[in-house]
Design a protein around this ligand. Structure first.
Ligand SMILES: Nc1ncnc2c1ncn2[C@@H]1O[C@H](COP(=O)(O)OP(=O)(O)OP(=O)(O)O)[C@@H](O)[C@H]1O
Ligand SMILES: [Mg+2]
Length: 317
């Protein structure tokens, strides 16, 4: 479902040499360079403390960078803060709302804060899309955690932003609602909104993103189209289910990277999905020669999760 990036289009966000060292001395971001393309869903993946929220907060003008510059929708986020910020909707990681305010008023207020006049039809649409219309007159304190998170999204969409940041959008949201949220994010993209989300859920990136950036210890260690990433880094495995179990990998198969399952009934061959030659024809021929018979075979490609875990592990000292 990944979409190719259109060539020669101006990036909607351009991040140049952005770094951040907090007053405490914590170096949260090493210089980061990244362009976000209009209309894409970009997933920022990384472990706790990697710098995801810091990067988003800088683009949204909440945290001042130690170096570098960012433009959002063509506006410098510091020199031209108001125009840049108007183009952006932000759903922060930490929820903070006024407990006594009513849902619909809270969304209307958010729109007003950006200097836009009322638009009841838009507010209704946003609340309906997020299944909050029935709760519009409820006080925020009466909402469940998942509803509060959806309210934060409604508030972020109140001023019809071109760019939407979702910082851990589905933390604490149940599986069904998570699917609904993904659906809504896809619809937003179809309407032309650019979406940048951070997540710990790799399945979320795998399901949603056009491109993935992996951030580890303040460094953007990898940015690629999701499909290309999986092609490039994904190892493939061929599993042969043997007709009769064996106790060890036969000597005649030395030289192949093979692993025997615990019960001796399956041999797994791992190969580079990118290599010109998988080595499979050779292996199968060799099996025939030594008379090892199999009843079935299947292949698997490693998931984004495997790729992510191995990348982050490589980064660790
Ligand atoms: N206001 C702050 N003052 C000092 N240090 C901070 C501040 N905010 C974040 N940090 C530090 O900067 C680093 C990056 O934090 P950040 O919140 O950007 O990570 P993250 O990738 O969003 O993590 P998580 O997945 O846990 O949300 C961490 O070491 C964190 O302790
Ligand atoms: Mg964070």
């Amino acid at each position: 479902m990944s979409r190719p990036v259109p060539p020669n289009t101006q990036p909607i966000i351009s991040i140049k040499d952005i770094s951040k060292t907090y007053k405490s001395g914590v170096k949260a971001l090493k210089p980061i360079n990244l362009d976000i393309h209009k209309g894409e869903i970009f997933a920022l993946l990384g472990p706790n403390g990697a710098g995801k929220t810091t990067l988003i907060s800088i683009i949204c003008g909440i945290v001042t960078p130690s170096s570098g510059c960012v433009t959002a929708d063509g506006h410098d986020i510091i020199r031209d803060y108001r125009a840049a910020r108007r183009a952006i909707g932000l759903v922060p990681q930490e929820l903070h709302t006024d407990a006594f305010e009513r849902v619909i008023d809270s969304v209307k207020l958010s729109r007003g804060l950006f200097g836009y006049g009322p638009n009841p039809a838009h507010i209704e649409k946003v609340l309906r899309d997020l299944s909050l219309w029935d709760k519009r007159t409820a006080k925020i304190q009466e909402l469940s955690g998942g509803m509060k998170r959806r309210l934060m999204i409604a508030k972020a969409l109140s001023h019809e932003p071109k760019i939407l940041f979702l910082d851990e959008p589905t933390a604490g949201v149940d599986v069904e609602l998570r699917q609904d949220m993904w659906e809504m994010v896809r619809k937003l993209r179809e309407s032309g909104v650019t979406i940048i989300l951070t997540t710990h859920y790799i399945e979320e990136a795998e399901e949603m993103a056009d491109r993935v950036g992996v951030i580890s210890k303040g460094e953007l260690v990898l940015v690629d189209e999701k499909a290309a990433l999986m092609r490039k880094l994904g190892k493939k495995q061929l599993t042969l289910h043997l007709r009769e179990a064996i106790s060890a990998v036969p000597e005649g198969l030395n030289g192949y990277s093979l692993e025997l399952s615990g019960d001796g009934s399956a041999l797994t061959y791992t190969f580079d999905g990118q290599a010109d030659e998988s080595g499979i024809p050779d292996l199968l021929k060799r099996l025939g020669e030594i008379g090892l018979d199999f009843k079935d075979l299947n292949t698997e490609q490693s998931s984004l999760e495997d790729i992510f875990v191995s990348l982050v592990r490589e980064q660790r000292p």
